[in-house]
Design a protein around this ligand. Structure first.
Ligand code: GLN
Length: 499
């Protein structure tokens, strides 16, 4: 029999239900793997005793007659979700010693479904970044090539899932942080519609954009996790008040007019010309186009659409996200929680020293940009203009969705880059967010699906993701489409060498 780390979440759930294994046994196995591969930098903290206690409780629930696809399945959380059992650092020195008195809604919903929390996973500081190199605790490495980044900001989650150190993990996506690391590391990840997952207990970066989602091997596994972690939460004022959904049942339901060989019959997939610029890396372009041909084979029709303000989403996002961040991060003043400087002259000096000591350079940069664009003299020139453009970007999508059911394209313009490659050029990293930012600004659901590997060139052998974007609350359709694709392809089953 194969080892548990080779099993999907669905398979783990089945094995648990059949009594072929126990949650304690699985938890031990994955704790062991996390420990063995600690040098991947994916883990920030773990507490074997606490995990085993949860596992014993899950086994007891099952013995008592409880059932559930996730009951006893071990997972891990991005360290941007607060947890009682483990530290919650958000990848920052500021919160290095921080212990939360409560669990984030997403965390406790997954725990209620019976998952076991194995570990807290590395991420860019306050989720600001695209490579995990902005973590105060060092980068996570890409399991496909340790000289490369796993993507970010949910880089620890992507690396851990790709290396089979955990069956699945949570992530958050403000401007691409689930989709881009999923693409760079060859795993499946979905950012649902803004408001589908509660933000309560997610350390805030840019509140109008932040959204949680699952990262796993397959769309089917993601569907199971998303069903458990989503749903209305009165503790989040922007939570969508809609009935809970069973995305897994939806995913298995055949589309009307579909057949076994053409499961996507009738599906119109829009290709925005702006998502296929001449500058797109040939390897990414090749893999994405092959994936689109596969969708066609499965019955989908490809239609040309346009998102004319795609390029503008970069300046718009990099005004709005820092503006909100500068406000959200003002709470770290050394008074209530987080780092406080050891020595200071007076209150102002204490604020200044605490913040200069504990925030990293990218976080400081964003606080400065955000404060600037919100300042009296510049608010109209930057922040207000950005808000207007944000609305126009959202409207552009609605024009597309009059012609198609979902939109497809690349997740990122290149495969994972080398560690340090963007050293002192933050703008280079910002530009690479071009294909994920539009859906974020519009609040639309988006996902990344493993679609192949770079065939040649500098990044040969690195994974490439296909991005799917749906209209509001169409995460079910995204997962169903990705599932059909994954039934016909095996990219998501590939495992990096050595794992
Ligand atoms: N790369 C983007 C940024 O640095 C997105 C990050 C995210 O989605 N959390 O802001």
């Amino acid at each position: 029999m194969s080892a548990p780390h080779e099993w999907s979440v669905v398979e783990l759930g089945r094995a648990l239900a059949a009594g072929e294994t126990s949650s304690v046994e699985l938890t031990r196995h994955f704790l062991d793997r996390l420990e063995t591969h600690r040098d991947l930098g994916a883990v920030l903290s773990l507490d074997p005793e606490a995990a085993l206690e949860q596992a014993r409780a899950a086994d007891a629930r099952r013995a008592g007659g409880a059932a559930g696809a996730l009951l006893g399945v071990p997972i891990a959380h991005k360290d941007i979700f607060v947890t009682r059992a483990l530290p919650s650092t958000a990848g920052s020195r500021m919160l290095e010693q921080y212990r939360s008195p409560f669990d984030a809604t997403v965390v406790h919903r997954l725990a209620d479904a019976g998952t076991v929390t194995l570990a807290k996973l590395n991420c860019d500081e306050f989720a600001m970044g695209s490579s995990n190199e902005n973590s105060a605790f060092g980068p996570a490495l890409n399991p496909w090539d340790r000289a490369r980044v796993p993507g970010g900001s949910s880089g620890g989650s992507a690396a851990a899932v790709a290396a089979r150190l955990v069956p699945a993990a949570t992530g958050t996506d403000t401007g691409g942080s689930i989709r881009q690391p999923a693409s760079f590391s060859g795993v499946t990840g979905i950012k649902p519609t803004y408001g589908v997952c509660s933000r309560y207990g997610m350390v805030a970066f840019a509140s109008s954009l932040d959204q949680a989602g699952p990262m796993a091997r397959s769309a089917e596994d993601c569907a199971l996790l998303l069903s458990a972690m989503s749903g209305f939460d009165p503790l989040d004022a922007t939570s969508a008040d809609r009935p809970a959904q069973d995305f897994h049942a939806q995913l298995l339901q055949p589309r009307s007019g579909a057949s076994a060989s053409r499961p996507l019959a009738g599906l119109r997939v829009g290709l925005p010309s702006e998502f296929f610029p001449a500058a797109l890396a040939a390897d990414v372009d090749g893999a994405v186009r092959a994936a689109l041909a596969e969708l066609e084979k499965l019955g989908a029709t490809l239609v040309d659409v346009s998102l004319p303000r795609t390029e503008l989403s970069i300046p718009v996002y990099y005004i709005i996200a820092p503006a909100e961040a500068s406000s959200n991060l003002s709470r770290y003043d050394g008074v209530r929680y987080g780092h406080r400087a050891a020595q200071y002259k007076d209150l102002l000096d204490m604020y200044k020293k605490s913040r200069s000591e504990a925030f990293g350079p990218e976080v400081k940069r964003r606080i400065m940009i955000g404060t600037y664009v919100l300042s009296h003299g510049y608010y109209d020139a930057y922040y207000l203009q950005a808000q207007k453009l944000r609305r126009m970007i959202a409207d552009d999508f609605q024009r597309c969705f009059a012609q198609c059911d979902l939109i497809a394209g690349p997740v990122a313009p290149s495969v994972a880059w080398k560690l340090g490659a963007q050293g002192d050029d933050p703008v280079a990293a910002y530009l690479a967010d071009i294909f994920t930012l539009p859906a974020s600004l519009a609040g639309l659901p988006g996902m990344s699906v493993p679609a192949g590997f770079a065939a040649s060139g500098e990044g040969a052998g690195m994974p490439v993701g296909l991005q799917l974007i749906g209209n509001y609350f169409q995460e079910g359709l995204l997962l169903q489409t990705a599932h059909a694709f994954q039934q016909a392809t095996d990219w998501h089953r590939r495992v990096p060498g050595g794992f």
